[in-house]
Design a protein around this ligand. Structure first.
Ligand code: CO8
Length: 153
């Protein structure tokens, strides 16, 4: 199954967190399944936080960042009854704002599950609720305002 990011047009595929064309990045892969999106990622041990065994907060925020914009794109395609990669004008979102709540330490060395649900979609603005879980426990929650990207003339 192709990920949402696999449908990004080449010129928008360089994101450090999720761009397929960035050889140094994380290559996060997000998928839509019904009313929810999901991605799985296991941070390498170098992404340690201040004390051993836990993930660095900036890494966690970046996972929400990339998964949130991918989710916004997938929900926008669906709202327009379109399919990603349909040959029509690409729909891409950027992060306008991202609020992150770190609810408990996130363990390193464990696969993390990042999930997104659509809170609202109006005009160019999508609000996405995000959670990041480890071993079934929610460690991080977030709310993103994603804004549809429009190329300046
Ligand atoms: C293109 C592929 C990129 C891949 C994305 C990967 C994830 C990322 O890390 S993105 C990088 C981090 N984000 C950025 O660099 C974005 C930088 N900011 C910008 O480019 C602009 O400020 C941008 C696009 C968000 C909004 O600017 P602009 O296009 O002029 O839109 P604007 O008319 O001001 O706002 C549109 C709507 O969004 C809302 N909005 C804009 N910014 C925010 C914000 N920070 N918080 C809440 N709402 C906002 C506005 O209120 C407006 O809402 P409404 O239609 O209800 O009035």
């Amino acid at each position: 199954m192709q990920a949402i990011q696999d449908h990004y047009p080449a010129e928008f595929s360089h994101c450090y967190g999720c761009g397929p064309a960035n050889p140094h990045g994380f290559h996060l892969k997000s998928y839509i399944d019904g009313e929810r999106t999901h991605a799985r990622f296991t941070p390498a041990s170098m992404y340690s936080g201040g004390y051993p065994g836990n993930v660095y907060g900036g890494m966690l925020a970046s996972l929400l960042d990339c998964h949130g914009t991918a989710s916004a794109a997938a929900f926008a395609y669906r709202a327009q009854s379109r399919v990603m990669g349909d040959g029509g004008p690409p729909i891409r979102f950027v992060t306008g704002s991202l609020k992150v709540d770190y609810r408990r330490p996130t363990p390193l060395g464990v696969e993390l599950l990042i999930e997104g649900t659509l809170c609202s979609l109006e005009g160019r603005k999508a609000v996405i609720d995000l959670t990041l879980s480890a071993g079934g426990e929610v460690c991080v929650t977030g709310v993103m305002v994603a804004v549809q990207f429009v190329a300046k003339a």
